[in-house]
Write a protein that binds this ligand. Sequence first.
Ligand SMILES: [Zn+2]
Length: 193
Amino acid sequence: MRLIPRHLVVHRWCPAADPASLEPIGPSRDGILTHLARPETVAAFRKIADAARREGIELQVIWSYRDPELQRRQFEEARQKHGRRHGIRWLAPPGFSEHQTGWALDIGDASDAEADDNPLFERTPAFRWLKEHAAGFGFELSFPPGNWQGVAYEPWHWRFSGTESARRAFHPAGRCAWSVWARSWLEALRQII
Ligand SMILES: [Zn+2]
């Protein structure tokens, strides 16, 4: 059960990666861009992609690191397209996106481009495989159906939390949790005022 108002969407504050520390993780589907991620995300993705490939599934990186400035532009576009209340369910405000951490990935199925970055991804063998095996490689689904944060269900969006610092960022504890969630709630409220 969700105990906060329906229109309030709480994106967790996340630490931004140092762009200089990022490494290539794979080309975009159209081959125009090379996506970047933290080295540990790249290594973990290589392992999970190899394991999936052995079972005939080709994982495709749709998006990984996104810098806060691009996030700001895309957030504005989403708000214009879907309206203030709904845009934020799909895209985090700048500073609050897991994509700025270098640990988050949007994953697609190489055999099904139509399902990229949309709920159709649920129909793909890649999604079924990830659901079963991702945890073993340190990946978790960030926004499951009905999540308390109010973020739209994103079956394609996975985060790597297999290191201590990533785990702390995504599952803040103790005093750190206080400041992370205070910032996150303040931003959520600011967005609806
Ligand atoms: Zn994403």
